[in-house]
Design a protein around this ligand. Sequence first.
Ligand SMILES: Cc1ncc(C[n+]2csc(CCOP(=O)(O)OP(=O)(O)O)c2C)c(N)n1
Ligand SMILES: [Mg+2]
Length: 433
Amino acid sequence: MADRPAGAAGEGDNRPKLSLHVPEPKFRPGDAVDFSHLQIPEAGVQPRPDETCDPKDMRDLAFGLVRVLGEDNKAHGPWDPKLDPETLRRMLGHMAMTRAFDERMFRGQRQGKTSFYMKCTGEEATSVSASMALAADDMVFPSYRQQGILIQRGYPLIEMINQIYSNKGDKLKGRQLPIMYSSREHSFFTISGNLATQTPQAVGWAMASAAKGDSRIAATWVGEGSTAEGDFHSACLFATVYNAPVILNVVNNQWAISSFSGFAGGERTTFAARAIGYGLAGLRVDGNDALACYAAQKWAADRARANAGPTLIEFFTYRAEGHSTSDDPSGYRSAQERNEWPLGDPVTRLKDHLIAIGEWDEERQQKMDLEAAEYVKAVTKEAEANGILGHGLHHPFRTMFEDVFEELPWHLKEQSEQAIRERETKFPGGLKL
Ligand SMILES: Cc1ncc(C[n+]2csc(CCOP(=O)(O)OP(=O)(O)O)c2C)c(N)n1
Ligand SMILES: [Mg+2]
């Protein structure tokens, strides 16, 4: 080896050669998929400790899998949140709406109406059900795959579509990547494209809430791949040191664009087990089981509200579709994975549960799906009247200089005047914006 210190040549010749482990996903395109190595416990078998329990006494829950919905589509065990049928139907409705919204927006991108979209197919329960377990004014710091929270909180779909189209109605004035929503009124913190930044922000907000003697808690969502960012670890440390009233949700959908979860440490331990090193409460949950997602979030929310400490929840799920409209997963993973995923589909499982308890049927489901699709279609039409991608400038040119400083500094004033002059020279009399 060229960089050995002088005089040391040959010294280590008898020692075994070191080797490096580079993670490799189990299945690549064309491979037959077999998920039998995954340990999936039966529904109902995980214990449910008291919300105020010491993290040491719930260690095993970071390695197990909290599941409520069994093979028989009935609810089992101590984590059954015992929601009434009306609430369950509402949950199903929000999930169906999220799916219908994703379908239409994906199509809109393919039709050139927006540059970008991201679906959350297969992960609806991790946002919709979890959000239902929080209070409407608890502050959420999501990533880009939690559109279900906004839908559950009643944010108007037209606002979402206006943002996706960056049109005249877009309250963010076209300054954010499509799908990076923001709504103070819905306690929904602006989504950031810089992965994991929302996690220390959520912890900081929760700390401030506690410092002020407020009663609102914070919850954040981050992808498993993003937990590799230092920000996530700082968030865990601050959360535990100050006993912040916060929930750290890790959505382990197995993939981070084309990198599998192994690159974020998923081969070595669970993501919920990150909690143990920090002395946080850690729960590993079936992310495709809407009742388990609700119950775990409720447990963590009650814990935070009781000043009993923060919780890290891993939602074990699967990203059923591409990362975004810019991605083609057939280039890096087996197409069979989606069908073989052992935890099924969260919408189908909740629907089957409602049917099993005699509170729903296939006809009503079809009607719900159809109504959701038609509603989204109608709102899309309405939003299109405010403009779509490529149809000119939707916001006055000068707005790009506004809203950052209370008073525009002189150099930006100069730049904006120059920019507007240049525009007028380039498009004389043509563009009023
Ligand atoms: C700091 C940073 N690094 C890289 C990226 C590019 N990037 C965007 S999404 C993504 C994958 C994230 O995967 P994961 O955290 O698992 O979330 P998922 O997309 O699966 O929901 C990457 C690498 C980024 N936006 N920010
Ligand atoms: Mg991921």
